[in-house]
Design a binder for this molecule. Structure first.
Ligand code: ACO
Length: 431
């Protein structure tokens, strides 16, 4: 990894004669950053950045976002082109290895992924330990963490071969565990993976097939699922990816790190948003109720947010949302759904929000989750599986970022500092 110092920034401490010269670093594209690593040793001060909005925590060659222009690139390739011309297996290879595969490389990669889709049979018994009404994210988080207890032969993070096997295992087994979490919640038998199907088809198969009946893939639905996976595969240093990196920086094994990422993804401000969008649309109920709902959103004391709107980085539009909107119409057409009240409601809500001064002035646009929930609902996937699906897609991003971090010679344990505002030292009272 490398970056170039293109200049420097000098910081002078008010009221003292101390100053520090900090290198100004340049990436291949995007804003420059200044390197504050010597700030404390030179000036005795830290930086303060809750939420890390102005802090680059690592160097990465994987994903680039320009939030003002609505640009998302995986290894340099625009998301629009990948969504149209590529597929999830190829995108996974790209994220993990840095380049698109040759046909032979792709064949081998797909083979290696499919050869790991089954889970250790004993893992089945883990599912029985959960209540039937457990949220599938709770099951996913627990069972993925438990993989470290089953695959001792791929836990040495310093061995590149073991890192590679772990990457394949995670990419291949997370869909199986995710589908089984769902089957468990509805009391249906677990469906074992089928390696003759594509990644997206196999996932749909394990979720929707039953042993008593034949199952045939629907190409439009498989394509929509593949596209959802591509669009969610990586998103640079978001909360769950940063969690994976932070956990990984301690030397924790990859299964434990990905379980930590799943936990971080669960929250409604992150991966839980697509589930929250559907819940919100259900609560609004009909188009007439939108003005009252918008009034609540604008009232800071209500604590109500317009779910599926806003993004920490995109302040123009989320390029994934545009693709998702088109896919949404394709899926509804294929399924013959002409009047989907939730879609009508979503379109009306989007229109009002895009014209309303509150949202316009804050640059709040629909994000990827605004439409993904409606597609998934139309495909018959229950709401509580939405975030699980996101986790299936993001696993390759987490694994690629984790691998990049371990292979970065500049990598250190992640350990932010703080501004302490509690009591200064005091003596325990004599009573
Ligand atoms: N509804 C109403 N107001 C909002 C929303 C929203 N969805 N999002 C932001 N705002 C307001 C904030 O209240 C704030 O207003 P103020 O300046 O008057 O105080 C302003 O817009 C700026 O918002 P921040 O909270 O500073 O934005 P931040 O970058 O911290 O949050 C986030 C981004 C968490 C995504 C937020 O927009 C949100 O909660 N959105 C809804 C949840 C959602 O859809 N999450 C999915 C994100 S995408 C993903 O993870 C795949």
């Amino acid at each position: 990894m490398s970056n170039t110092a293109k200049g420097s920034v000098t910081v002078t401490l008010d009221g003292s004669n101390k100053s520090a010269t900090l290198p100004l670093l340049q990436g291949s594209i995007g804003p420059d950053v200044f390197d504050i690593r010597k700030l404390y040793s030179d000036l005795g001060v830290f930086t303060f950045d809750p939420g890390y909005g102005g802090t680059a925590a690592c160097e990465s060659e994987i994903t680039y976002i320009d939030g003002d222009q609505g640009v998302l690139l995986y290894r340099g390739y625009p998301i629009e082109q990948l969504a149209e011309k590529s597929d999830f297996i190829e995108v996974s290879y790209l994220l993990l290895n840095g380049e698109l595969p040759t046909p032979e490389q792709r064949k081998k990669f797909e083979h290696d992924v499919t050869m790991h889709t089954m889970v250790h049979e004993q893992l089945r018994s883990f599912f029985q330990g959960f209540r039937r009404d457990a949220h599938p994210m709770a099951i996913l988080c627990g069972v993925v963490g438990a993989l470290s207890a089953f695959y001792h032969d791929s836990l040495d993070i310093n061995d590149p071969a073991q890192r590679e096997i772990s990457a394949f295992r995670l990419l291949a087994k997370v869909p199986t565990i995710a589908a089984w979490a769902y089957k468990y919640s509805i009391g249906q038998p677990f469906m074992y993976p089928r390696n003759d199907l594509s990644y997206a088809e196999n996932f749909l198969y394990m979720m929707t097939a039953v042993p008593a009946e034949d199952w045939k893939p629907n190409p439009i639905l498989s394509r929509a699922m593949d596209r959802i996976l591509v669009l969610h595969a990586d998103h640079e240093q978001n909360a769950s990816t940063s969690t994976v990196r932070l956990a990984g920086s301690t030397g924790a094994n990859p299964f434990a790190c990905i379980a930590a990422g799943i936990a971080a993804l669960w929250g409604p401000a992150h991966g839980g948003a697509n589930e929250a969008v559907l819940k919100m649309l259900g609560e609004i109920g009909s188009v007439e109720n939108i003005p009252d709902f918008i009034a609540k959103v604008k009232d800071k004391n209500s604590g109500v947010k317009l779910m599926g709107f806003g993004h920490r980085v995109y302040k123009n539009f989320d390029p994934r949302a545009k693709i998702m909107q088109a896919t949404c119409h394709e899926v509804l057409k294929e399924l013959g759904i002409k009047d989907e009240p939730l879609l009508d409601l979503a379109v009306a809500l989007e229109k009002i929000a895009l014209e309303d001064e509150y949202f316009v002035s804050r640059k709040l646009y629909p994000n990827v989750d605004f439409y993904s929930g409606i597609i998934l609902k139309a495909m018959g996937i229950p709401t509580h599986m939405f975030t699980v699906l996101f986790a299936v897609a993001r696993t390759i991003g987490w694994v690629s970022q984790w691998k990049e971090m371990i292979e970065d010679p500049a990598q250190r344990i992640g350990r932010p500092r703080q501004i302490y505002t509690g009591p200064a030292q005091r003596d325990y009272p004599t009573r």
